[in-house]
Each structure stands twice: as structure tokens, then as C-alpha cells.
Design a protein around this ligand. Structure first.
Ligand code: FE2
Ligand code: FE2
Length: 172
């Protein structure tokens, strides 16, 4: 049922692949579904978040408005590409608008699960996530697993390596 939503999001995405493209969205979806089994989050809710949350990015590096654009897009697509009752829709708007602020959400498992699922994919850009930025117990557990797995091979980039990576991407 969400295939048309995914097709829409992939079709209007302005970037090509990259760190915030559809393969990241799919990993967020997988993370979110796995977390939802423990957090009790609504599976449809987290899957809609995964498909939309980064689809309005206009660049890879500095785009603080991409969350609120994603919330506007969700409003536009509701009813035609997915159905969600009004209470959940308000939560979805909030989850999308503020997903990249670094906040946690301890009292709403739908929102917390989405944000945790997104942060669990930080290793793709060379960042080991930290437990204090997680909202759910299941998310923190997974985060600790990532830390344990990377203990002997830290992948956190130094500022110099980060700049070099950005430079490389710019010159592509
Ligand atoms: Fe984002
Ligand atoms: Fe993301």
C-alpha cells in the first residue's frame, strides 16, 4: 500500500542517492519496524515517516528546513498516498518537523521510534551514535550494540577527515 508513497517520494527527491537518499530511508524503515516490535509504535506511522522524512532535502550538508518541508509534504500526500487519523497525523507532523534537531521524545513511542530509527543509521556518515540522543529503551540498546561493535575500530571522523569528505563530495 505504501509503494505509491515511496514512488512519489523517490520521484520528487532533488538529490541523487547520497547519504540522505532512498537507501537511507529504507534502512530507517527497517530499523523502525524492528524497534516498533519493542516500543509498541504504530508500524504504518513509522513507515510513512521513513519514506518522507528526508525526501525534501535540497542539499546534503546544511538544510535545516527539510523537516518542516517534509511535514508540509505529508499534509499534501495524506488521503491520496496514505491514510492516518488526525491524532497520529499531528504526531507525524511533529516527528517530521523536528527529526533533525537532536531532541528526544520520551513520552510518545511513535515519535521516539522514528527518531531512534533515523539515528541508528548515523554510522553511514562515519558517526557513532550516543545513547543520550535516543528516546526509547530499544533504540538505546541498539545504539549500545553499535558502540560495542565499533569499539575496536572507531569510525568517528576527525574534523579534518569530515572536511576532506565534504570537499570530495563537492568536487564530484
Ligand atoms: Fe533529515
Ligand atoms: Fe534521515
Amino acid at each position: 500500500m505504501l509503494n505509491t508513497l515511496w514512488n512519489y517520494c523517490e520521484g520528487h527527491f532533488k538529490l541523487h542517492g547520497g547519504d540522505h537518499g532512498p537507501s537511507h530511508w529504507r534502512r530507517v524503515e527497517r530499523n523502525a519496524i524492528a524497534l516498533a516490535a519493542h516500543t509498541g509504535a504504530n508500524e504504518l506511522f513509522v513507515r510513512i515517516f521513513a519514506a518522507i522524512h528526508d525526501s525534501c532535502r535540497e542539499n546534503e550538508f546544511d538544510d535545516p528546513a527539510h523537516g518542516s518541508r517534509a511535514a508540509d509534504l505529508a499534509d499534501k500526500l495524506r488521503g491520496e498516498y496514505f491514510e492516518l487519523e488526525e491524532g497520529l497525523m499531528q504526531n507525524l507532523r511533529y516527528a517530521l518537523s523536528f527529526h533533525d534537531t537532536g531532541d528526544t521524545c520520551l513520552d510518545n513511542p511513535n515519535i521516539g521510534t522514528c527518531w531512534d530509527a533515523d539515528r541508528l543509521d548515523l554510522p553511514r556518515v562515519g558517526i557513532v551514535p550516543l545513547p543520550r540522543f535516543f528516546s526509547t529503551d530499544a533504540g538505546r540498546e541498539k545504539c549500545l550494540e553499535i558502540i560495542r561493535n565499533h569499539r575496536d575500530k572507531p569510525i568517528t571522523l576527525t574534523p579534518e577527515q569530515m572536511l576532506a569528505q565534504i570537499e570530495k563530495l563537492r568536487n564530484k
